[in-house]
Design a protein around this ligand. Structure first.
Ligand SMILES: [Fe+2]
Ligand SMILES: [Fe+2]
Length: 187
């Protein structure tokens, strides 16, 4: 029997990047689509893996971050009250498909190597948050500034600060997780 293999690169496929558009309303719609995907699908799935692997505290952390991704969408929706449900972006649909593929093998892999799955999910979460706070959302903020949309720029800046905090939480969690793995269990 071949054992299922899930790599960090495969999990990173579950990240959907919000797409900047010349039309700021479309940038905003893509932002909300991605943040709601993280809230409803991606981080709850990471939480499920952590729970199954026997790490309820990490599951709580993933759920806490999921809740904040919801808030990010709410902050922007307050500025774009006519938005409704944004169309599912191509990249978000691709990420959902990637997650489905992983899910098919994940439960078996968690039984065989629970630490490996949780460690990779944390590493991916760090990369996801880093891309958002270092690259993607600062560009959205700068687009809003260029269009003199101060309120939108303020929201994107708040999001940048929040994603940076998420990256810090996940870095700390990964460090503690790896330190505990390195410590021999007392007899
Ligand atoms: Fe977010
Ligand atoms: Fe985040």
């Amino acid at each position: 029997m071949t054992s299922p293999e899930i790599t960090e690169a495969m999990i990173f496929e579950c990240f959907a990047a919000a797409q900047q558009n010349d039309d700021m309303d479309k940038t905003a719609a893509s932002f909300v689509d991605v943040e709601e995907y993280e809230n409803q699908i991606m981080y709850p799935e990471f939480a499920r893996w952590a729970e199954q692997a026997g790490y309820p505290e990490l599951a709580s952390l993933f759920r806490k971050v999921a809740g904040e991704e919801k808030l990010h969408a709410v902050w922007l929706r307050e500025l774009y009250q006519e938005m409704g449900q944004p169309p599912r972006g191509e990249d978000t649909q691709r990420a959902i498909d990637a997650l489905e593929t992983i899910r098919a093998n994940c439960d078996a892999l968690i039984k065989m190597n629970p630490e490996g799955v949780v460690e990779k999910a944390l590493a991916v979460a760090i990369s996801v948050e880093e891309r958002e706070y270092r690259d993607i959302y600062p560009r959205f903020r700068d687009q809003a500034i260029a269009e003199q949309n101060t309120r939108a720029a303020e929201v994107y800046q708040r999001v940048v600060d929040s994603e940076r905090e998420h990256a810090n939480w996940f870095r700390k969690a990964l460090e503690e997780f790896q330190a505990n793995m390195a410590t021999p269990v007392p007899a």
